[in-house]
Design a binder for this molecule. Structure first.
Ligand SMILES: Cc1ncc(COP(=O)(O)O)c(C=O)c1O
Length: 355
C-alpha cells in the first residue's frame, strides 16, 4: 500500500519557492492554505486554563463539547432529526481514514479536489473514482465525498446539486459525506450544509467541520463530524479502540470557540478583503478568475500550463500552487491562498500592479 501512495506533491514546488525567495523583497507565500491570523485570545485563554489534564479524554467528547456541537449543528447548519456528533483530531485524519474505517471498496471523489480524498481511498485499498458535480451522473459506490465551498476552486454547490447527491445516497444506500470545512467563508455565494437538506432523515449522511480555518486553530487539531447516529457509533467504536481521541484541553478550547460567531465574522471579512484586493491585480496580469465565490482561495488561469503560471509568479517572489495538485482537470489553473497577512497581500498586489 505504501508504495502506491503518490509522492508528496508539495516537494515539486520547492524549486519555485527557492526562486521566489531570491526576490530582492523576499517571498510572499500564497501556496499552502495555513492560517496566519492569531487564534482569538479567548480561545488561547481557555486552552491555558485547561492545561492541568491528568486523565484520559473521552473519545465521544465531553458532555459540554457534545452539546455545543449539537447546538451549533442545529442553529448554524440547520440540522434536524436524529443525529450524533464526534470530535476529530483535525478533519484531515478523518478524510484519510474514513474509507478504511467503513471498509469502503469504491469511493467517489470530486474531479478537482483536496488530494487526501484520493489518499484515503488508497490507504483503504479502495478504488477512487473522480466524478463531476452532477450526482445524476455518478456511478454506484459505497462512499462519496462532496466539498462545498471547494478547495481549491471556491465553488459553492447549489441546493439542487446537494439534493441530487442526497438522492444518489438514498438510491444506492451509500454513505455521502460532505466536507464543509470552508462553510463559514462565503463571499459572493451562499453555501448550504447538507444537514439542512436531509429533511431530518440523516441515514448515511455525514458532514465534517473543522476549527482550523473557522477559528484559526489549525495548530490545535480540532474538528468534528455530525450526521447518521448509527454510522457515527460505528466510527466512534473503532476510534475508541485505536486511541483516536481529541486532547481534553483542545476539547475545552473547541467548546469555547463554538460559542462565539463574532470572531468568525471578523475572519471572514479579512479573507474576503484580501480576495477583493488580489482579484483585480491578477486580472490586470491576464489571469481569469474562475468560481472563487467562497472559501480561502482564488482559482485562476492564464490558459497555460499551471507550472508556467507558477514560474511567472515565482519570478515576482509570489508562490502559488499549481492546479494539477488537485487533479488533471486543474492542470491549467493555479490556486492562490488568502492565508497571508494583509501586509503580504498588499505587497503581492503592488508587485503585480508594477507589471
Ligand atoms: C477540503 C479540506 N478538507 C479537510 C482539510 C483538513 O483540514 P484540518 O485537518 O486542518 O481540519 C483541508 C485542509 O486544508 C481541506 O482543504
Amino acid at each position: 500500500m505504501r508504495s502506491s501512495l503518490p509522492d508528496f506533491p508539495w516537494d515539486a514546488l520547492a524549486p519555485y519557492a527557492d526562486k521566489a525567495r531570491a526576490h530582492p523583497d523576499g517571498i510572499i507565500d500564497l501556496s499552502v492554505g495555513t492560517p496566519v491570523d492569531p487564534t482569538p485570545d479567548f480561545i488561547q485563554a481557555e486552552l491555558r486554563e485547561a492545561s492541568n489534564s491528568p486523565s484520559y479524554p473521552v473519545t465521544a467528547g465531553t458532555p459540554e463539547l457534545r452539546q455545543s456541537i449539537k447546538s451549533w449543528a442545529v442553529n448554524r447548519l440547520g440540522a434536524s432529526g436524529d443525529f450524533d456528533v464526534l470530535p476529530l483530531i483535525g478533519s484531515k485524519e478523518l478524510v484519510a481514514w474514513l474509507p478504511t474505517i467503513l471498509e469502503s471498496s469504491k469511493v467517489l471523489i470530486p474531479e478537482i479536489a483536496y488530494p487526501t480524498y484520493h489518499v484515503g481511498a488508497l490507504i483503504a485499498q479502495a478504488e477512487s473514482i473522480p466524478v463531476a458535480i452532477d450526482a445524476d451522473l455518478w456511478p454506484a459506490a459505497d462512499l462519496a465525498w462532496m466539498n462545498s465551498p471547494s478547495n481549491p476552486t471556491g465553488r459553492v454547490h447549489s441546493v439542487d446539486e446537494i439534493r441530487k447527491c442526497i438522492e444518489w445516497s438514498r438510491k444506492h444506500s451509500a454513505v455521502l459525506i460532505s466536507d464543509e470545512c470552508y462553510l463559514e467563508f462565503d463571499h459572493t455565494a451562499t453555501s448550504t450544509s447538507i444537514m439542512a437538506l436531509t429533511g431530518g432523515d440523516n441515514r448515511n449522511i455525514l458532514a465534517v467541520h473543522s476549527l482550523s480555518k473557522r477559528s484559526s486553530m489549525a495548530g490545535y487539531r480540532a474538528a468534528f463530524m455530525v450526521g447518521d447516529s448509527e454510522l457515527i457509533a460505528r466510527i466512534r467504536e473503532l476510534r475508541k479502540h485505536a486511541g483516536m481521541m481529541v486532547s481534553l484541553p483542545v476539547q475545552k478550547a473547541m467548546t469555547t470557540a463554538l460559542s462565539d460567531e463574532q470572531h468568525v465574522a471578523q475572519q471572514r471579512a479579512r479573507y474576503n478583503a484580501r480576495r477583493d484586493a488580489l482579484r483585480p491585480a491578477l486580472e490586470a496580469c491576464g489571469f481569469t478568475i474562475e468560481h472563487s465565490n467562497a472559501g480561502l482561495y482564488i482559482w485562476c488561469t492564464r490558459n497555460e500550463d499551471a507550472w508556467v503560471s507558477v514560474d511567472w509568479l515565482a519570478q515576482r517572489g509570489i508562490l502559488a500552487t499549481p492546479g494539477s495538485f488537485y487533479g488533471d482537470k486543474g492542470k491549467n489553473n493555479i490556486r492562490i491562498a488568502m492565508t497571508a497577512t494583509d501586509a503580504q497581500i498588499n505587497a503581492a498586489v503592488s508587485r503585480l500592479m508594477a507589471e
